[in-house]
Design a protein around this ligand. Structure first.
Ligand code: ADP
Length: 510
């Protein structure tokens, strides 16, 4: 007897073998006895003897046969044995038998341990069902409306809040294509025009996370904050895209009330302060010979602090306007050199007080920008006054301005998306410098470096946020280069807009 134990993987599986394999798998799934399946295979392989024997059972007695082991996980279930007819290739038959062996192993494993398999399956099914119920209950209980669109574009989840926010019954759209949902949204009164397109566009986007806010007017006026992101299984498989909508109406209302309150109080404070400042200046500058020196000093302190308070109130008013999008720019042809010179004149007393030397490096024939002059004065003034304040010993402060046409001419550390051509302004000092950790937060409101020496200098942490907002409103960028103890340079750009900006004026001189 020549027997061949084989488990080779066939190079190419015949189409008919695939069909038979599927047929056997179906029989097995339908619970047909394993002998029915053997009969099908015997006919297909044109074999007289095809048997299955248990691990300890004797092998059939045949002149030539192939034997393929049947295993299920770690368990050895037995073997399938095929007696070869004369002329049949043992290798080919072994390969084909090995191909069919897994269905027999599966069927055999099911037959041998029917109770255990059933119980396990039952438990697994119950656990999955419980998990699913729990998840659904959590989703239904949230205050957010959640939609989930599968990779096939079908809406697989829509929570109860979805009905409440959009007045669209879930049964009308669940299981439908995203286009059906989008059309339903378009037909629904009170929903924003762009919502349906937003859903359509994002359904095909499998990478980006995005969010925003919109207002619906029906069934109730609401501000809805939304975000959307692709969802993956733990194994990293893309499951689809989720959209979540949150009712932000109350938050926005509180924001609006806070802004109104701050604006009102700031205006009310500024009026009496302006009188305090005005009258103390009047007395100081007036011809009051009789004023005692100490009274004069007190008046000077009153005027100085009134100035600081007015500056603070103006900063708060600007921040509230920036946050509520109420800043109106009045751009005109704006030569940045004029802006810098105006600020330098205003801050000369402060420079003198700190005994700093101001160096101006302004490129000749600098083209004018198209910008709001007073906002640019605020930007340069905030940067220059910071350079003065945070340079504690007498030092050198340099203001540079140049025309930049190519990104390669920008200083290192510049953002990659600077709009060109532009005017580049730099304010450099030899002062305290800023640690790398603090640099990441400087442009947030109320942020001040943790340095003790910084805390001894008066400030609110609003100036740089105003600088960033105004620069970006003009299409510019702001960044800095600094190291603790080595001074700082703050850079910002203002684009030179073609068409609105006259060509570089070669004769203008400067
Ligand atoms: P303020 O100066 O009123 O505190 P800013 O928003 O203008 O607010 O600045 C925020 C913080 O950035 C400052 O508190 C300081 O820590 C740091 N900073 C700004 N400019 C400089 C500078 N030129 N040198 C060192 N630190 C600076």
């Amino acid at each position: 007897m020549s027997s061949l134990y084989a488990h080779p993987i066939p190079d190419a599986i015949k189409d008919t073998d695939w069909r038979v394999f599927h047929h056997l798998a179906e029989l097995s799934a339908a619970g047909s006895p394993i002998w029915d399946q053997l009969t099908v295979l015997r006919r297909h392989l044109n074999a007289d003897i095809l048997t299955i024997s248990g691990p300890d059972e004797p092998l059939p007695n045949a002149a030539r046969q192939v034997i393929v082991p049947l295993t299920y996980g770690e368990r050895y279930l037995g073997q399938v044995c095929l007696a070869l007819s004369p002329g049949a290739s043992s290798e080919e038959m072994a390969a084909r038998l090995a191909f069919f062996a897994p269905v027999f192993a599966l069927a055999l494993a099911g037959e041998q341990t029917p109770d255990m398999t059933e119980t396990q399956e039952m438990r697994l099914y119950q656990a999955t069902q419980e998990e699913r119920d729990r998840l659904e209950a959590v989703l239904e209980a949230t205050n957010d409306a959640i939609l989930m669109i599968g990779t096939d574009g079908l809406l697989v989840t829509a929570t109860l809040q979805f009905e409440a926010f959009f007045s669209i019954p879930r049964y009308e759209v669940l299981g439908c294509n995203i286009n059906v949902l989008a059309e339903r949204i378009e037909a629904q009164p009170g929903l924003p025009a762009g919502m349906a397109d937003m859903l359509r566009v994002l359904a095909d986007n499998h990478t980006e996370s995005v969010g925003g806010e919109f207002e619906v007017t029906e069934p109730k006026r609401r501000v809805l904050a939304w975000y959307s992101l692709p969802v993956h299984s733990q194994a990293g498989l893309l499951l689809g895209r989720m959209f979540a909508f949150r009712d932000a109406t109350r938050e926005r209302e509180l924001d609006r009330m806070k802004t109104e309150f701050v604006t009102l109080v700031s205006h009310e404070l500024r009026t009496p302060l302006t009188s305090v400042k005005g009258f103390s200046d009047l007395i100081l500058e007036g011809d009051f010979e009789s004023l005692e020196d100490d009274v004069r000093e007190y008046l000077r302190i009153i005027a100085l602090n009134a100035d600081r308070l007015i500056a603070l109130i103006n900063d708060i008013l600007d921040i509230t306007r920036i946050e509520s999008d109420r800043i109106e720019l009045h751009p005109t042809r704006c030569p940045m050199q004029d802006v810098i010179e105006q600020v330098a004149v205003c801050l000369q007393p402060l420079l003198d007080e700190h005994q700093h030397r101001l160096v101006m490096e302004i490129e000749p024939q600098l083209p004018a920008s198209w910008a709001d002059h007073s906002r640019m004065v605020q930007v340069v003034s905030n940067l220059l006054s910071n350079a003065i304040k945070y340079t504690l010993q007498p030092g050198v402060i340099t203001v540079q301005a140049s025309y930049i046409e190519a990104a390669s001419d920008l200083p290192s550390g510049a953002p990659h998306d600077v709009i060109l051509p532009c005017v580049l302004i730099g304010v450099q000092d030899t002062g305290l410098g800023i640690s790398e950790e603090d640099q990441g937060y400087l442009f947030q409101r109320f942020y001040r470096a943790k340095d003790v020496e910084v805390r001894m200098v008066g400030g609110t942490g609003l100036g740089l946020m105003i600088v960033k907002s105004f620069v970006e409103m003009h299409g510019g960028k702001v960044w800095l280069k600094s190291a603790l103890g080595e001074g700082s340079t703050f850079w910002f750009t203002v684009p030179v807009v073609e068409g609105k900006n006259p060509p570089r004026d070669k004769d203008a001189g400067v």
